[in-house]
Design a protein around this ligand. Structure first.
Ligand SMILES: Cc1cc2nc3c(=O)[nH]c(=O)nc-3n(C[C@H](O)[C@H](O)[C@H](O)COP(=O)(O)OP(=O)(O)OC[C@H]3O[C@@H](n4cnc5c(N)ncnc54)[C@H](O)[C@@H]3O)c2cc1C
Length: 409
């Protein structure tokens, strides 16, 4: 790259090569790519990893997440669960008996590759890209320079590069998204009826979980207080206390991006989505739904306007209800985790657990759930089943695993 020159002054930099460059092929990036490609935009998704790739995650999908996608997720769902148990640090157990789908379980490497493949079917393209070293916005384009010397140009950029977002750090160093932190690993499937477990306060300001999948269970701990460190040993201790053994493999930790509403979700021609925008719900750390939603809302804004100012306003507007919900969850999170005994007592009041479990997973706003439970003692259940069953097997397209020769480093 020519020294001390702005990207836009370097000769040979093409004008917008694509309409939309999406950095990050996770649920947020793929959902945006799907909608935009379907609407006729030229979309390039880049990721630093080839797909399928691992992503540290519990892989729990709520019914609202399944409903949000315009295609069936049956090929990647390993188990559907309708039993929930909660404890306060492994005591005071409450079991919510079977009553409708609460969570479907996927593994992120297959789920994310499936979403990306759906976006490619709509016409988006995918490349494995090296490290981004510089981003510059001109009045008409966004220029992205890579370590390899390559420069990409697009009319719009969607930053979907997760909780550690490089794009956000480069463009918005002062507006770092708040982060929670989780650790997870694989363990043999526990015996007995398959149940989703949340063990609140198994770690300070957080919880431990067990999510049964097809042939194993996912066990993890997460804390919403970044001043508290959670360690591999704490996860092993939790596994021992919960399941009576420490057989855990593939332990990985990763931050979760929370704090939507803290600062702009867009800057010039760049829109931030998913964890890069802090869209993780701060009460339990559910992030996939909001990643998909924000990707779709960014796509909707780009599809409805053509000037940066209007696109930014529309994206903000599309996300407003969600930002308010994030604020309610954040306030509830502060009360719940700050006062464990009171918080757990409140959660396990008659109807509250059931109301929250079914309302929250179906997308009812938190304050509406609490109001309904307090006023009527229940949250009505939708009658329709959301997921159809199927045993299709996915085979991945070469486009997901091959990097173009000029882009490898
Ligand atoms: C331990 C743990 C458990 C979780 N469990 C759940 C759960 O059960 N249910 C749930 O709903 N949510 C869960 N979450 C949250 C969920 O994983 C995230 O909210 C979700 O993955 C966010 O999606 P995303 O598309 O924004 O980002 P990601 O899924 O993180 O995708 C970002 C993509 O960007 C790529 N990337 C990063 N940097 C660059 C770069 N510089 N250049 C190019 N590409 C880049 C990455 O390779 C990645 O593919 C959990 C999170 C953690 C850490």
């Amino acid at each position: 790259m020519e020294q001390n020159k702005k990207l836009s002054q370097i000769s040979g930099v093409p004008n917008a090569v694509v309409d939309v460059l999406i950095v990050g092929g996770g649920p947020a990036g793929s959902s945006a790519a799907y909608q935009l490609a379907q609407a006729g935009f030229q979309v390039l998704v880049i990721d630093r990893e080839a797909f399928p790739r691992q992503k540290t995650c519990g892989g729990g999908l709520t019914p609202k997440t399944i409903k949000r996608l315009p295609f069936s997720l049956a090929p990647v769902i390993e188990r559907r669960l309708n039993r929930l148990e909660v404890t306060q640090n492994l005591s005071k157990r409450h079991l919510l008996p079977e009553s409708g789908l609460l969570c479907a379980m996927v593994q992120r490497h297959t789920f994310d590759a499936y979403l990306l493949e759906k976006a490619l079917e709509q016409g988006a393209t995918f490349e494995v890209a090296g490290d981004i070293v510089e981003i510059e916005q001109t009045p008409d384009a966004v220029l992205v320079a890579f370590k390899s010397g390559r420069i990409l140009s697009s009319k719009w950029l969607i930053a979907a590069d997760g909780a550690k977002s490089t794009v956000r750090r480069m463009l918005h160093p002062q507006k770092v998204v708040k982060q929670a932190f989780g650790l997870e690993g694989k363990t043999p499937l526990p015996k007995g009826k398959h149940t989703i477990s949340f063990d609140f306060f198994a770690v300070p300001w957080g919880y431990g979980w067990v999510f049964p999948k097809g042939d194993h269970a996912n066990v993890g701990i997460c804390t919403f207080n970044r001043t508290i460190k959670v360690s591999k040993n704490q996860l092993l201790d939790y596994c021992q206390a919960k399941l009576g053994h420490q057989q855990l493999t593939g332990i990985e930790g990763h931050p979760l991006g929370i704090g939507l509403g803290n600062g702009p979700k867009a800057l010039g021609r760049v829109l931030f989505v998913g964890d890069a925008a802090g869209t993780v719900e701060p009460l339990l750390g559910e992030g996939i739904h909001n990643a998909i939603l924000s990707g779709q809302m960014a796509a909707k804004a780009l599809n409805s306007a053509s000037t940066p100012w209007l696109v930014r306003r529309l994206y903000d507007w599309n996300m407003r209800a969600h930002a308010l919900e994030a604020l309610s969850c954040f306030n509830m999170h502060a009360l719940f985790y700050r006062m464990p005994r009171l918080g757990y007592w409140w959660l396990t009041r008659p109807f509250m657990l059931k109301g929250l479990a079914h309302g929250f997973t179906r997308g009812l706003p938190l304050d509406a759930i609490v109001r309904r439970v307090l006023l009527t003692g229940s949250v009505r259940q939708p009658k329709r089943r959301i997921v159809a069953s199927s045993s299709e097997v996915i085979s991945l397209k070469p486009a997901l695993v091959e990097a173009p020769a000029n882009n490898r480093q």
